[in-house]
Design a protein around this ligand. Structure first.
Ligand SMILES: NC(=O)c1ccc[n+]([C@@H]2O[C@H](COP(=O)([O-])OP(=O)(O)OC[C@H]3O[C@@H](n4cnc5c(N)ncnc54)[C@H](O)[C@@H]3O)[C@@H](O)[C@H]2O)c1
Length: 380
């Protein structure tokens, strides 16, 4: 494809401004064509500031601007309708995380773009950080052997003020979940992408512990993977200071990522082999912890600019590291499974039953509308 791609951004109050800046940071690849926001004041302000046409509806913008690419930075429940409308208009899409609120919406988005022959990509900017890429390369390259256990802690703090400031946050109708859909998706994506593991079953626990919100501000889960590995995880918006940690243990050693640093230990003898041969009461494989040194990815982009850069390469038919819709659906599948198990009880098999999840969410939205108080409610 010759020439610059005409890109337009939908939802320009918060993250959408980051999309605009990322597009403007890639002037050889993109031209900012237009913006759209259902809030007239936001649309006017941003359109004036960036000197591009502003629209109040995606349909109008598609009709009048005919962009090549649309990025969606609206609350998650609009991601599906927006991405499907773009596919029907033959427009490529970059959609914010989570890809959608429900897995069936993600299915529809993926199908629509497949049918249209357009690219659907999901914003998981952490995949482009050198340290995160290097961890994945080591694990997928068998540096610690087959994964036998993995744990994720993704905790942070959000205040009541944060939830009250923007009406859709922490509501079933406005986002379809809580911390698992809003703050934890990056960590859930790393958990699955770096390990390469496939989720089989989930037992979750969800609760509105600290905040007066409808959805979970604290969640934990026990995850069983297809290869038999044991997974555990916690996510919250109730912990200060927050901790971001992923630990992966394999048959040959372990890798731990915590708050921006990572270390690896490789055993002198693989664990199962050592176990079969060991004849000492307190014997154990020997290993030394070493820092993981990040590899330069070979491009200068690290955040949303990297998401747009790789999408652009993919659209041009060049070699890219874009994140396809199917990849974005994986962390949503896990989040939906924890939510379903956590609020309903019992173990949930993956892929999640689309029908059961749809009925569950519709029930939660109906109950919330009836004004049922949910603060302090917990499951399990
Ligand atoms: N990648 C990241 O690190 C990251 C960070 C923050 C938010 N996000 C994601 O970005 C999305 C938006 O979050 P935010 O915090 O920027 O929200 P926000 O509420 O600050 O902004 C959303 C904007 O979308 C507009 N909008 C809502 N429905 C619309 C529609 N149908 N058509 C056009 N405009 C519409 C709203 O008026 C608002 O201006 C969420 O999915 C969130 O998970 C991602």
């Amino acid at each position: 494809m010759a020439g610059r791609l005409r890109a337009a951004v939908v939802g320009v109050r918060g993250m959408g401004i980051g999309h605009i800046k990322a597009i403007l940071a890639l002037p050889e690849m993109y031209e900012l064509a237009a913006i759209c926001d259902i809030n007239p004041e936001t649309a006017r302000k941003v359109s004036e500031e960036y000197k591009v046409p502003g629209y109040l509806s995606l349909a109008d913008m598609l009709k009048h601007e005919k962009p090549d690419v649309v990025s969606l930075a609206t609350p998650h429940p609009f991601h599906c309708a927006g991405a499907v409308a773009c596919a029907r208009a033959g427009v490529h899409v970059l959609v914010e995380k989570p890809i959608a609120s429900t897995v069936s919406e993600a299915d529809r988005m993926i199908q629509a773009h497949k049918r249209a022959g357009t690219v659907l990509s999901v914003v998981f900017q952490q995949r482009y950080q050198p340290l995160q890429r290097t961890i994945r390369k080591l694990v997928i390259g068998d540096a610690i052997g087959e994964i036998t256990r993995i744990h994720m802690t993704a905790t942070c703090f959000r205040s009541d003020f944060y939830y009250k400031l923007v009406g859709w946050r922490g509501t079933w109708e406005g986002e379809g979940g809580g911390v698992l859909l809003n703050q934890a998706p990056h960590a859930l994506d790393q958990y699955l992408w770096q390990s390469g593991l496939e989720v089989k079953t989930v037992i979750g626990r969800c609760e509105a512990f600290m905040h007066p919100i409808e959805t979970e501000d604290r969640a934990s889960a026990i995850v069983t993977f297809a290869n038999g590995a044991m997974g555990t995880l916690v996510a919250s918006t109730t912990d200060a200071p927050g901790i971001y940690r992923i630990e992966m243990v394999g048959d040959k050693g372990a890798i731990v990522f915590e708050n921006g640093k990572a270390s690896i230990a490789v055993n002198d003898v693989p664990t199962r082999e050592f176990n079969a041969k060991c004849r000492e009461e307190w014997g154990s494989p020997k290993a030394e912890w070493k820092d993981v040194v990040p590899e330069d990815p070979g491009y200068p982009y690290r955040s949303h600019d990297a998401c747009f850069y790789h999408l652009g390469l993919q659209i041009r038919g060049e070699k890219s590291e874009y994140v396809p819709g199917e990849e974005g659906r994986k962390s949503l599948e896990l989040a939906n499974a924890i939510i379903l198990s956590g609020w309903k009880g019992g173990s949930v098999k993956c892929p999640v039953s689309r029908r059961e999840y749809g009925e569950f969410l519709a029930g939660r939205i109906r109950a919330a509308k009836r004004g049922k108080k949910r603060t302090g409610e917990r499951s399990g």
